[in-house]
Design a protein around this ligand. Structure first.
Ligand code: ADP
Ligand code: NA
Length: 328
């Protein structure tokens, strides 16, 4: 039997953080043997909000090195940059023409990201979910492993694929499914545990990046918002400590009961020290591999070129079906 196809992506907007790792990359690595994997650095998504050219260029390379440092194996996946495969932009335009405005009006991420800036924000931010749908549908994807924040966008992708297939009465697109794991699916901000941990957060103490050094990790965990109680327990009424415990749980793989027993009779200080050690230990080998990879830029560029060469024929095959269906 042929393996199911997995597609997922991350924006090269900033250093990736613990939420991206626990909610996305770590899961991709864990199941890479079971699937036929395509992982994308979605640079066309990154330009939906203003970004410095130099920063974007360097973030793309850094992200590629981090993906590999986290354990993606190039014999089991294709790793490439979205803009290197022009079919992403092409399919996105076509799908825009089949996406009702009402569907996009219901997307919550647009509202959060645009904020009060509705008049001047680029229309690319509004059409972002359609570009994402194109990314997924281009490769006849079966499964999309993402964090909980992307659930709505994958639903839209399914609706769009069904609408298009129905309209032309042909199975042009495979209907994909979201694959959202429970542990780590939603890591919250360290500064405000009612918001998700995000790369675009203006407060750098709100997230831990995969490249933070031990001193920085200690400082950020030390400052992380908790409450005035002392109980180290999972409790939705105390989102700060619960978020830190969720991170600890995702890193150690232990049950809630086991963790609560470990810290029974201890305070937040003891727990934060244990969490810091655990984070430093998890990130040290990733950082070491990252520094090796990023110091050989020609090799990294070669990896990205090869990845694009691997997926381009698949993308073109879908575009031929799409154009034929439409009559283009
Ligand atoms: P960000 O929102 O930080 O810019 P991306 O949009 O690039 O991150 O998302 C990359 C992947 O990381 C997606 O699969 C997304 O669902 C996941 N992800 C992002 N933030 C979190 C979070 N706080 N907790 C868990 N997963 C997350
Ligand atoms: Na590969």
């Amino acid at each position: 039997a042929t393996k199911k196809r997995v597609f997922s992506g991350i924006q090269p907007t900033n250093n990736i953080h613990l939420g991206n790792y626990l909610g996305a990359i770590r899961n991709w690595v864990e199941t890479q043997d079971q699937y036929d994997n395509i992982f994308c650095i979605v640079d066309l998504h990154a330009i939906t909000l203003p970004i410095e050219p130099k920063e974007l260029h360097s973030n793309i390379r850094k992200l590629a090195a981090l993906y590999l440092a986290c354990g993606l194996d190039l014999s089991k996946c294709s790793l490439f940059v979205q803009s290197h495969v022009h079919q992403h932009a092409e399919l996105s335009w076509i799908l825009n023409c089949y996406t009702p405005m009402g569907w996009l009006n219901r997307m919550t991420q647009f509202k959060t990201k645009a904020g009060e800036d509705m008049e001047s924000v680029g229309t690319g931010l509004y059409c972002y979910p359609v570009l994402m749908a194109g990314d997924i549908l281009l490769y006849q994807t079966d499964m999309v492993p993402v964090g909980d924040d992307q659930r709505q966008h994958v639903e839209l992708t399914r609706d769009l694929a069904q609408r298009f297939n129905g309209l032309y009465n042909k199975p042009v697109f495979t209907i994909p499914k979201a694959d959202i794991r429970t542990a780590g699916a939603r890591i919250m901000s360290l500064a405000d545990p009612t918001k998700k941990m995000s790369k675009s957060d203006p407060n750098p103490n709100a997230y831990i990046t995969l490249l933070d050094d031990p001193k920085t990790i200690k400082k950020k965990i030390g400052r992380a918002t908790t409450d005035s109680e002392r109980l180290v327990t999972f409790d939705p009424a105390r989102p700060g400590i619960t978020n830190l415990l969720t991170i600890y749980q995702a890193l150690t793989g232990q049950s809630q009961q086991h963790i609560e027993a470990e810290f029974a009779g201890k305070g937040y200080g003891d727990f934060k020290a244990a969490l810091t050690d655990c984070l430093v230990e998890t990130l040290a080998p990733i950082q070491q591999r990252y520094h090796e990879l990023i110091s050989d830029m020609p090799a990294l560029e070669g990896v990205l070129k090869q990845g694009a060469d691997e997926v381009r024929p698949l993308a073109e095959k879908t575009m031929i079906k799409v154009k034929k269906a439409i009559g283009l």
